[in-house]
Ligand binder design. Structure first.
Ligand code: TXA
Ligand code: MG
Length: 331
């Protein structure tokens, strides 16, 4: 039996699998099986009020689960699927209420990963799948991260290598008169507007009115376990002076550096007392790809706290800023 066949068999009998996508790894179960869905919430420690998105092979399969399939949905799917865009639409009853936390709508997306697309074609259904982390913790971007988060509580983990995008999909609500972005992510609002015209953006984190619109959008999320603080680029020198002057500075710091192309993880000379210095590139795509793995390393080190330099408040950084605003408090 191939790994895909095993995964399909597990899903058919109500089991749970870890699966790769281009954004982050998911924790998957059959979206039409109430018992299997309940297990997802237990394993993640997720509040039952936070709905799950459903993964499908393509738009044709999505139409089997959406109560309505407006023309804008088709246009968006044509351009962005498979890819990091989740469409919120009215749901068909076959998607069990536990998936959508009792809402009449469901989030649907076709993920851009060859292994999972093969799985979805074989499964020929809807795979409910939140990110494969314990609730509110950092999302996993490798199969190893899924093992660290969920271990034996999943029946199988499909290893598809490190995730290319590295942060979650954009969630777009198509049930409103004007489509509304509930969560910025792998597809930018500019890219979406080029296809369907104006969309509403839910304002940047910190605006509390936001929490009510998307049940999962609580302020603290995507968080390291250690206390994590953010600082503006303008405060960088001051923070670095504190970091370098005090060998007992018990924090690690994550910087942005235009001269860095890949990721700079601490070499020995960068290691100052218990604090570690990490550097990510000043390019949003490369930064996003490496963000969660870096935050995990910072969480594992000996430092007591994590300090993160914020990227500029520009549209191209919207998704990264959203995750950092949830992961950290102001310094
Ligand atoms: O990239 C992703 O979207 C990843 C991969 C695994 O596909 N999945 C993911 O799932 O991030 P999760 O459950 O961690 O986040 C889904 C988000 C939550 O913020 C949830 O509240 C929102 O989508 N959501 C899901 N269904 C919704 C609905 N019917 N209405 C409004 N928001 C919804
Ligand atoms: Mg999540």
């Amino acid at each position: 039996m191939s790994e895909i066949e095993r995964a399909v068999a597990i899903l058919r009998r109500g089991g749970l699998i870890g699966f790769p996508t281009e954004t982050v790894y998911g924790l998957g179960a059959n979206a039409t099986n109430t018992k299997a869905i309940e297990r997802i919430f237990v394993v993640k420690g997720r509040p039952s009020t936070n709905p799950l998105i459903c993964h499908v092979a393509d738009a044709e399969v999505a139409r089997r689960y959406a109560g309505e399939w407006p023309e804008v949905a088709q246009r968006l799917a044509d351009v962005f699927w498979p890819g990091p865009l989740t469409l919120v639409l009215e749901k068909k009853p076959v998607i069990v209420d536990e998936v959508t936390a009792g809402l009449s709508t469901v989030g649907l997306r076709a993920p851009d990963h060859p292994l999972t697309l093969e799985l979805l074609r074989e499964f020929n259904g809807a795979l409910a799948g939140p990110s494969a982390n314990r609730s509110n913790h950092i999302s996993p971007t490798t199969a190893e991260h899924v093992r660290e988060e969920l271990g034996e509580r999943v029946d199988l983990i499909l290893d598809g290598g490190p995730c290319r995008v590295g942060i979650e999909s954009t969630v777009l609500d198509l049930t409103q008169r004007v489509p509304r972005i509930l969560r910025p992510g792998g597809v930018s609002n500019e890219e979406i507007e080029e296809v369907i015209g104006a969309v509403e953006m839910v304002s940047e984190m910190g605006d509390t009115s936001r929490a009510a619109m998307s049940p999962g959008q609580m302020a603290r999320h995507y968080s390291p376990r250690k206390p994590a603080y953010r600082f503006a680029h303008a405060d960088r020198e001051r923070v670095l002076q504190e970091f370098e002057a005090d060998p007992t500075a018990r924090f690690s710091v994550l910087l942005i550096d235009a001269t860095v192309r890949g990721v700079m993880f601490p070499a020995d000379e960068n290691r100052l007392g218990p604090g570690w210095k990490f550097t990510l590139p000043a390019a949003p795509v490369a930064y996003a790809r490496n963000l969660y793995a870096t935050l995990r390393l910072m969480d594992e080190g000996d430092a007591d706290a994590i300090y993160v330099e914020m990227p500029p408040n520009d549209a191209e950084w919207a998704a990264v800023r959203d995750r950092l605003l949830r992961a950290t408090r102001p310094l």
